[in-house]
Design a protein around this ligand. Sequence first.
Ligand SMILES: [Mn+2]
Length: 357
Amino acid sequence: MQTKTGMHRQRAKKGISSEGVSITTMEMINLLDECKGAGSIIISGHVKPDGDCAGSCLALYQYLKKAVENADIRLCLERPAEMFSFIKGYDEIDSSYAACEGPDVFIAVDCERSRLGDAEKFFDGAGKRINIDHHISNEHGCGDVNYIVAGASSTAELIYDLIDKSYMDEEIAKAVYIGIVHDTGVFQYSSTTPKTLRVAAELIEYGFDFSRIIDETVYEKTYIQNQLLGRALLESIVFMNGKCVVSVIDQKTLDFYNATPNDLSGIVNQLRIIKGVECAIFMYETDNLQYKVSLRSCDYVDVSSVASFFGGGGHVRAAGCNMNGTFHDVINNISARIELQILEHEQCDNEQTVEEN
Ligand SMILES: [Mn+2]
């Protein structure tokens, strides 16, 4: 089965989910038919795999190993975080990307081709490429066969759609559930639909300890992480009439706790949810007079444009950059860019009020 199959992209249907989220649905594919006769199958996801990518890949890996006979099935992926190591199949993940001939079937999960990292070589050499994803930036898919539902809660939800339920078991259910939980912020983000919750309901019927999974992979912090969070909150300063908040952790403190950057994740999000705050800034010293800056906003400040101005990047509501100087230099420079946006926004609001009057 080494011949390349022709492109048969699925026709897409646009629609609005009952939540008002725009969702583009492709016709369902039959994954087992697509894999029929394949001698080798490689599954891969994006670089720096998150919970959705890890859960989706591991669910698919377990499923195909059960459902496709006589095929050599490999999961080639950067090693996901240790907290996902309880998912079945984690120890079999091949992160070496050892050289091999292109597989008969390559499945790109939760990403387009450009985010495959070292697995891109398998994509290029594959007899058939299948792409399963929910990213809006990849709405047409990059495979010969695609199942893309742009705007869906998670790729894991799509994997569940594709699984022949006679093969479902507790371990597969657990992996799918983790993917959904992580990409919906525990069913919080607006991409969560009634269908997402129905899928989750079907999954917990398999009887795994979902409450513990959420605690251990989403909310759990080490003692050091909580200590640092506490210090950052205590020393935070609000300014611009309470619309901005900033906090900093210096090198001395990081050394005292023997902390790594990973121990600081989540601090900026905690700052962002302070009542009245539009924009949160968290920075830590990476070297003398060098800072890594994280930015978050709630409603209207485009932090991605602020970060890009200083050579960084990111999303509209979450971005970051590296900056040099004293803490006061850095905060003055950044807050000036943020203030421009806040003033502009307030001006628009005022004009609107005048018009309405
Ligand atoms: Mn995802």
